[in-house]
Design a protein around this ligand. Sequence first.
Ligand SMILES: Cc1ncc(COP(=O)(O)O)c(C=O)c1O
Length: 385
Amino acid sequence: MELKFDMEYEDAYKELYEIVKPKYKLFTAGPVACFPEVLAIMSVQMFSHRSDEYKQVHVDTLERLKGFLEADNGEIILFPSSGSGFMESAVRNTVPRGGKVLVTIIGAFGKRFADVVDANGRKAVRMEYEPGKAVKPEELDEMLHRYPEVEAVAITYNETSTGVLNPLPELAKVVNEHDKLLFVDAVSAMGGADIKFDEWGIDIVFASSQKAFGVPPGLAMAAVSERVFEIAEKMPERGWYFDLPLYKKFNEKKKGTPSTPPMPQLFGLNVILRVVEKMGGKEKWLDMYRKRSEMIREGVRDMGLEFLAEPGYESPTITAVVVPEGIKGVDVYYKMRERGFELAKGYGSVAEKTFRIGNMGYMTFDDIREMLDNLREVMGELTRA
Ligand SMILES: Cc1ncc(COP(=O)(O)O)c(C=O)c1O
C-alpha cells in the first residue's frame, strides 16, 4: 500500500525510508506486520486529544474492547505505554509495599513480572517451571495453601519465549477459590486466544498493541475489575502515570486519558476491532489464529522437528521449535532472513536451542505455506552442512 502525500522535504523522508522500508515477510514475536486498514487509518493528520472527534473514538474503542474481552463488569484502561506498564501498574495500585505476589514463571516474561514486583518494593514469591511447561492448577493450589499471605497471583497467559499457552480458565478458578487478586499478562494472547474476563474472574488482564491485534507498538490496553479500583483508591504512593483510578475518572469525565494518548495506535486498535466485527465476530477471528498456528505446527512436524511446548499447551500465536543437535536456533533465523522471511530468535534461557515462528498480525495462509517451503529447504541445508 503506497500512501500519497505532498512533501516539501521528500528527500528527508526517502533517506529514512531506505532504512525502514519493508524487506521481509514477518513471522516475528512482535512488533508484527500490521493490517493494511491499520496502516491506512494511522496516516491521518493529527488533531487534539481533547476534541469531540477524539472523545468519540475513545469511548467507541473502550466499548468495542469491552465486548471483545467479555468484560461487562470491567473497566477498559488504555495506557500510553507498552504492555509492561500494566505490570508496574497492577503491583503499585493493589499491593502495599512489602506485600507479596505469587508469580508463576514458565519463561522470560514471567521472570520479568517477578522483577517488576521486586523493583517496586514488593516481594515476588516465584513458582518456576522448566521452559516448555505450563502451570498446573493443582500445583498452583498447593502453592496458595503454602503461601496464604500473598495478595495476588500473576500468570502469563501465553509465554512468548516458549510458545506455551497456560490453562487460564482452570488456573483462574484456583486463584478465585483462594480469593486472591489475579493479574494476567496477555501481551501475546489478547486477540489470539480467547479471554472471558467476567466469567473467568480476572482482576487485571493486559496486552500491548504490537502483538495479536497487529497494530504498531506504543499502546497498552487492559480490562480491570471493580475491586481493583476499590483497593487502589486506598493505596498510598501508587504513582501518577499508571494510577488506575485516575484513568477511570478520565474515561468517565473527559472521555480520554490523563496524558496524551498514542492516537494513531488507538485508531489502529479501533479499526481492527471493526475488522473483527466485519469478519463475523470474535470466534471467526480466533479461528483464523487457531488455523494459522495449526498449519505452522503441522508443517514443522512434517520436517521431523519438535516443539518446546508440552503437548496440549501449544500457543495459538507463536511456536518455539527445538533445533536438532549441532544446529543453533540463530542459524535458522539468519538463513530464513536471507530468503526474505523474518522469524524470531530463541529468547531467554532457551535462546540457543530454539527459534520461534510467530503468526500474529497481518499474514495470509499463502505466506505461511511459502515460509514453510523455505524453512524445509533451510533445515535441509543446515542438517547436510
Ligand atoms: C508475554 C509477554 N509479556 C510482556 C511483554 C512485554 O511487553 P512490552 O514490550 O509491550 O512491554 C512481552 C513482549 O514481548 C510478552 O511477550
